[in-house]
Write a protein that binds this ligand. Structure first.
Ligand code: HEC
Length: 144
């Protein structure tokens, strides 16, 4: 009996080790999301945005769920729900991928979603100002 318990504990433990290793992810990261129209891509209103408000949206108030559930506490795309998704949520800490993603591109995708991925549109639940707040939070915290 004891042996079975030990084996199950080991099995559960190794599962976590393996999933943690996968959660590390690749960088540059495969990216399914398409480029926003050029005019949207060039927009940037992060100047007047509020990163502290953006943090609250990212961690708590975004609907249907907080961004961190997929993109992770640390912005690395390793959120609990993200692990089951294909493609994986964007890893904002991966400079090789993020160097091609402007503030306007982020705004466009957060507002309109990204077809064929788990990234849903937030344009109905978040006002434009709030989207710029969260873009500013992500860029000032993780994007180098
Ligand atoms: C259900 C999981 C999930 C949630 C919740 C979620 N995302 Fe995403 N997000 C994704 C996936 C999946 C992608 C697409 C990755 C790809 O392009 O391959 C993505 C892509 C993105 C991108 C990258 C756009 C690009 O051009 O590559 C940004 C920016 C982003 N999300 C921001 C957010 C913000 C901000 C929130 C909260 C308001 C949020 N996401 C909530 C899963 C999620």
């Amino acid at each position: 009996m004891k042996k079975v318990v030990v084996i199950s504990i080991l099995a559960v433990f190794s599962f976590f080790v393996v999933s943690a290793a996968y959660a590390g992810g690749k960088c540059p990261q495969p990216r399914k999301t398409k480029a926003a129209p050029a005019s949207a891509e060039k927009m940037d209103k992060t100047d007047k945005a509020d990163a502290a408000k953006g943090k609250a949206i990212y961690e708590k108030t975004a609907k249907p769920m907080a961004c961190k559930m997929c993109h992770g506490d640390k912005g690395d795309g390793a959120g609990k729900l993200g692990a089951a998704l294909k493609p994986k949520p964007r890893d904002f800490t991966c400079a090789d991928t993020m160097k091609d993603i402007s503030a306007g591109q982020m705004f466009h995708v957060i507002k309109n979603g990204s077809k064929g991925t788990g990234m849903v549109a937030h344009g109905k639940s978040l006002k434009d100002d709030q989207i710029w707040d969260v873009v500013k939070y992500i860029r000032s915290t993780w994007v180098k």
